[in-house]
Design a protein around this ligand. Structure first.
Ligand code: ADP
Ligand code: MG
Length: 350
């Protein structure tokens, strides 16, 4: 439905803001452009409705070159929400909702019908249409801000960090709202964000940008499972990677950073001392690279007390060779991070 064909944008002065983007989005997709500041997200989005003209390449919508489309037609097809969803304070809710339809010369009657449809969508009373923004709660205003973007019934909606300035809780509920409306109304949304949680939550596919280039374009789950390079991995963050990886790694290879651990050459006396200090009855045994080698517990130490064994001689390795699921690995990490004792790992080989 939206097709970028080798699109580049070089601003006056020579800044290459976007370099050779070649992608296509299907109807009804929720696409996020994500990347650090200055990576070319806004420029990429603005080229879709010709607020910015590409220097090279072309963009097609429904197979039509947008350069050859009538600007009015383009505006009917594509809505745009800039970096805030604030309402106009001197206009009623009705006027706010129907601002774009009015610009598109929709009749008064039809605009009233639109305003009612929109306010119904967010389950607010129709009486509110004749109030001013300050007569609504902040949350109600924000919901109106979201449906206003849908009022002109354009097929495509461009949203440039619309929730960037909001607190996390409001943001979360507006994300749910926009996703729900997008699915119910079958809109195609192209959304810019620098927040990976937001992108993962909303997107059907994510375009990861760095220095003007799209370095990966894929579904959230594929990006999590197969990040294209270390830049993408960093953007995703270690915790999310651990959650997402389909894990066939044995537990023995889990990297430990914060658990109560001991290295194999230590004496049993040292192990007991550490257990008392940390108030745990199990220690994880790791090598110097913090890779899990096994564990020792009070029971095994008691059996060997008196010999001159070291930790490495008595460690138990029955947590080995267990295929983890992502969930298990995470649980494991959580348990370890809290410095708690033995990790109940199920052997799924049986
Ligand atoms: P993002 O939205 O990812 O932060 P932008 O698309 O806004 O990035 O900008 C990409 C690069 O292009 C940045 O280096 C920015 O400074 C530059 N840029 C953006 N708009 C203009 C402009 N109108 N003129 C010159 N350079 C611009
Ligand atoms: Mg931007």
């Amino acid at each position: 439905m939206i097709e970028f064909q080798h699109v580049s944008k070089i601003y006056k002065g020579g800044k290459v803001a976007v370099e050779d983007i070649h992608l296509s989005f299907e109807k009804g997709e929720f696409i996020c452009f994500i990347g650090t500041s200055g990576s070319g997200k806004t420029t990429s989005m603005r080229m879709i409705n010709r607020m910015t003209e590409p220097t090279k390449g072309k963009i097609l919508i429904d197979g039509q070159d947008i350069q050859k489309m009538n600007p009015v037609e383009l505006r009917r097809k594509i809505g745009y929400v800039i970096q805030s969803i604030g309402l106009m304070p001197h206009m009623t809710i009705r006027e706010n909702i129907t601002l774009v339809p009015k610009l598109l010369k929709v009749s008064q009657d039809e605009r009233n019908a639109i305003a009612e449809r929109m306010i119904d969508l967010v389950e607010l009373p129709r009486e509110m249409l004749d109030r001013y923004p300050h007569e609504l709660s902040g949350g109600q205003q924000q919901r109106i801000g979201v449906v206003r973007a849908l009022a002109a019934d354009q097929d495509i909606i461009l949203m440039d960090e619309p929730f960037g300035a909001l607190d996390p809780i409001t943001r979360d509920s507006l994300q749910d709202l926009v996703k729900d409306l997008q699915e119910r109304l079958g809109k195609t949304i192209v959304f810019v964000t620098h927040d990976m949680d937001e992108a993962l939550k909303l997107s059907s596919r994510i375009a990861i940008m760095s220095e003007g280039k799209v370095i990966q374009f894929d579904t959230p789950s594929n990006i999590l499972k197969h990040p294209a390079n270390t830049f993408v991995e960093e953007l995703i963050g270690e915790d999310r990677l651990l959650q997402a990886k389909p894990d066939t790694t044995p537990v023995s290879e889990v990297m430990l950073k914060t658990a109560v651990t001991i290295t194999p050459e230590k004496s049993l006396q040292e192990a007991i001392k550490l257990m008392r200090e940390k108030r745990v009855d199990t220690l994880l045994v790791t090598d110097n690279q913090h890779i899990l080698k096994g564990y020792i517990d009070i029971e095994s130490i008691t059996q060997h007390r008196g010999n001159s064994s070291s930790v490495g001689d008595i460690l138990k390795t029955d947590v080995f060779f267990v295929k983890e699921t992502a969930l298990l690995r995470n649980t494991l990490r959580r348990i370890l991070t809290r410095g708690l004792k033995y990790v109940p790992v199920v052997d799924d080989k049986q």
